[in-house]
Design a protein around this ligand. Sequence first.
Ligand SMILES: C[S@@+](CC[C@H](N)C(=O)[O-])C[C@H]1O[C@@H](n2cnc3c(N)ncnc32)[C@H](O)[C@@H]1O
Length: 194
Amino acid sequence: MELNETYWTDRYKNNQLGWDIGYPSPAIAEFMGQVENKNAKILIPGCGNAYEAAYLWKKGFNNVFLLDFSSIPLQKFSSENPDFPKAQLLNIDFFNVDGKFDFIIEQTFFCALNPDLRSNYAEKMIQLLEPAGRLVGLLFNIPLFEDHPPFGGNQKEYKKLFSKYFEIQKMETAYNSIPERQGNELFIKLKPIN
Ligand SMILES: C[S@@+](CC[C@H](N)C(=O)[O-])C[C@H]1O[C@@H](n2cnc3c(N)ncnc32)[C@H](O)[C@@H]1O
């Protein structure tokens, strides 16, 4: 199964959005709510309907970039948040984006990618983060599926992968997951090894 733009766009067209929680993730909102620098450059890759971005925008973060290779959720976000700069909506493949970011936010994007791409994901994150930047968010800590997304994983495997590239500042069971995911996801805060 090729997890390309057509695959994901069809999911949006058919309203098969099992991942979509419909509101900002409390764990991400709580973490980002403590960031004082409202000019921090933030990337949300595989953003989908991007409720976290609407939250951040309303909180005054003005440098938030949304990225998804399906245009459907980006258009929906734009129509619901008409003041949000169109230039900050990136309708491209994550692996082709350039730039440097202070924060990159992970939520159900890693698990959407073919597991063969996990090292590429980590390497791309390193390329995109400022030296003092952070990759923050949530990763599933359960097996899930092997032949289609969401692909699962576990802490041991993530530690092995990410410790090649990052100082793992936090990787622990999130205490503020949504009820449906309670106990099944890790909150991560990863800093590039310089
Ligand atoms: C499981 S959904 C998660 C959406 C959102 N993060 C959420 O939690 O609601 C995965 C998203 O990643 C996007 N996506 C998958 N692979 C991508 C890639 N290589 N580049 C950009 N977007 C991608 C899909 O279009 C989809 O919107």
